[in-house]
Every structure is written in structure tokens, then in C-alpha cells.
Ligand binder design. Sequence first.
Ligand code: ADP
Length: 477
Amino acid sequence: MKKILFTASECTPFVKTGGLADVIGSLPQALIEAKLAEVRVILPLYDEIPAQWKEKMEKVATFDVKVGWRDQQATLYTLKHEGIVFYFLANTLYFTRKGIYGYYDDGERFVFFSQAIIDAFPYLDYTPDVLHAHDWQTGLAVAFAKVAPPTPNLRTVFTIHNIKYQGMMPHQAFDDLFQLPLEHFAGFEWNGMINCMKAGLFHADKITTVSPSYAEEIKDPYYSEGLHTILHQRANDLSGVINGINTNDYHPSKDPHIAVNYSHSRVKKKDNKEVLQKEFGLPVNRDVPMYVAISRLVEQKGFHLLERILDEFLQEDVQAIVLGTGEHEFEQSFSHLAHRHSDKMVTLLKFDEGLARQLYASADFFIMPSMFEPCGLSQLIALQYKTVPIVRETGGLKDTVKPFNEITGEGNGFSFSNYNAHDLLSVMKYSLNVYHNSDAWPRLLKNVNKSQFGWKESAKAYADIYDSFVDAGNNEE
Ligand code: ADP
């Protein structure tokens, strides 16, 4: 079995700000359970990681890592969780802080982390065949592995979870933070800056992203965030593999966070709605359609469209809940909307896993009108909780949500194509019509109930990529 070392900046159940954590927390397990690969995972040891995990970690080694001309100390810990070996790299200067991102020296923090991964290889007590790195924070690990391989046959995969975030630093960082000859500069530079994502894209043996549609979209300047040229250059090595979710963990029949467990029962789902309405002071009405959004409150997620149309949509007999944190502008506007429509809408400005699950369980509709969406896990979680997604047709949303068609009876949600507020409004009004249509609604729910987004097929697709290397390596021998 191939030995794979995953690396990323977040992973459930240890630390999470978004979907990346869910993927790193569930794909290794899927690969291992299907006996497709032996996967271990290496992560930064943030202060943020709860003590319950830290207490169980064992120290493996302490070693120096060169960050430019300086030596920084890394301490490697390990922990076995649900059969998976996790490694954590600790350094007080870089990771003993509040939160996990958003610091002026994030670039340097992940230079350290990426170099420390390479330097940790002698202490891992297994020899990975493939280093599989995810997003810009670990793009440099792929680059460093290529420039100075820690083991002779190591191959690399780099997965783009969101091309918007690239990890850029002034070009002086090349001299200041790396220990590399100048001939390598071009592989790290993009538009006059050091760009960690570009470095990953340039150096990786294979590149994947998290849906087939996004793999196509990012070759277009509208979606590429400036990186289309390199993606065209690497097009033969780029593919899209749709994300899955851990359907054991996200399951309404056994989720301990929700008030009433259910499988398909709409009656029990409405029990959850009632609990939520009572908790947040909304009029208790089991039959009123409830629309929710659970998300980072950022432009990407289409909140400009939603804030435009909610005043009008809330004239209907509906309820809406927004759960999220993010940009000040959206926190303000959604708080004001909830204030103006206090009998119909609630805005909750926090990150709360348990509450998110109670919302998925209680809602009838999940709103996700993203401007772009590499894959999106929230719509998959919504479907898993039998909640109908309303999405814009982009990236992974397009690949996972098919618009309901009353004539053919096909489709598991609602969607619209143009990034336009009125198109969102009309599709939301249409969803309301379907909700009240006693013939169409059950047909839609039947399709929702059948939607499944586990890891089975996608884990196999990743294993095929890993296998292609091993085969190539064997042929060379
Ligand atoms: P992204 O990774 O771009 O933020 P995804 O849809 O891929 O978007 O994943 C978002 C994940 O974060 C989902 O598991 C979602 O339920 C969770 N999430 C987002 N906002 C919150 C919040 N305020 N509280 C709890 N969970 C949240």
C-alpha cells in the first residue's frame, strides 16, 4: 500500500476555520478504510488546539529548522486518533498565538512549517511515497521537497482548495527566508512577489482541485485570481476530484448536537425547527419555511446578493437565520436586517459547530449563492440533513446540486446562473412555490433523500493518482 503524508494548516477535530479542515479530517480515514493507502497527517501545533488533544500527544524529536539565516526550533509530536497517525510541529514563536491565521508574518510562519515538514522526515518512522499538500500554507513544502528531496523517490501532489488565498510575500523573502540558490527564484515568484500557491503549482508532480468544474474555471482569468497562465502550463497534470463529507459524523440520525435525531422523517425535522424557533425567539410555527445560511461572511459566498434581496424576500411568510462571522460590512448589514425583521430573521455572529448542525437539521432551505465555490461542503452537509440547497451554478455547487425540474421530477435543489441578486430572489421565490406545492415538494425531497456525498469514489480517484506515481517509479527502476 502506498504511504502518503498529508499536510495542511487545519484538520478536524483539532482545529477548523472552514471546509479544508473537514477534508483533511475525513479523506485520510476514507483512504485507509478502503485500504487504498496508508495515510498520516502532519499539522502545525497551534495554541488553539484544545488541551484534551495536547495531553495525549507524545514527543518524538526536537530539531533545528533553517528559516533564512536563522535557526528556529521545531518539536515534533505524535498522536493516534481513530487509527490515524497525526504529527504536530510546534514552535512557540510561530504558533503560540490566538487564532490560526491573519498575522503580518503568516508567510514566514508557513515557510517555517513547510521546511520543518521536510526536516521531520528522518523522525517519522515511515517513509512516505507521496507528500500530499493542501492550499497555499503548504505549497512551499511541495516546492522544498522538489528542490531538495528528503527521500530519493518522493512524489508530490498539491491540492487547491481555494485559489483566492495564495500566501504572497515581498520578493525579498526569497533571500531572507529561504536557503535556496537564485536559479530557483522563478519557481517561487509571481508578479514580482513570492507566491506560495504558485510555488506549489510550479513544483508539484500532480495538481488537483476539489471539483471538476472548478478545475476548468480556474484556467479562466475570471476565476484564476491571476494564476491562469501557470495552470495552462500545468493543464496536463491538473484534475478535479470532488470533495466528500464524513457521512458517519454528519448524520442526522446520530448527531449528538441536534435536539431530535431523524433519518428521513419531516415530522422530526420540524421538531428541530420548533426547538430552534423557541431558542432564538422566532414565532413558533412548524410549517413556516425556514431558510438558513451558515458561512464565513465574505464576498465569495454571495452575501452581497443576499443582503440585497432579503428585505423583499422577508415580505413572504418565511423565516431566515444567518450564522457566521467575517467581514464587518456583512456582520453589520445582516444584523440590521435581523433587527428590521425581528419576527422573521435572526443573525448569529459566531462560529459554533453545534449550532451549525442544529441549523442544518432545522432548516428547509440552505442558501449558498457563491460568487465562486471550489467545492463547497456546506451544501453537501445540508443535503445530508435533508435540507434543500439553493446555490449559484459555479464550481462544486454546479457539480453537486442539480436544479429541480417539475416536469421531469429531476434535481435535488435550486440554482441560478448569473451572479445577480434578482436571479437569486426569483429562484428563492420559486423554491417557496415548490414548498407549498403538495405534488412537487415530495418529489424534490425524494431526490434530496437520495443524494449521497461520501468519500468512496473520490478516495479511489486520489488513490489512482498515487498509483500512477508508484507505477511510473517502478518502470524507471
Ligand atoms: P469554506 O471552506 O470556503 O468556508 P465550505 O462550504 O467548504 O466553505 O465549508 C465550510 C465549513 O465550515 C462547513 O463545515 C460549515 O458548516 C462550517 N461553518 C461555516 N461557518 C460556520 C459557523 N459560523 N459556525 C459553524 N460552522 C461553520
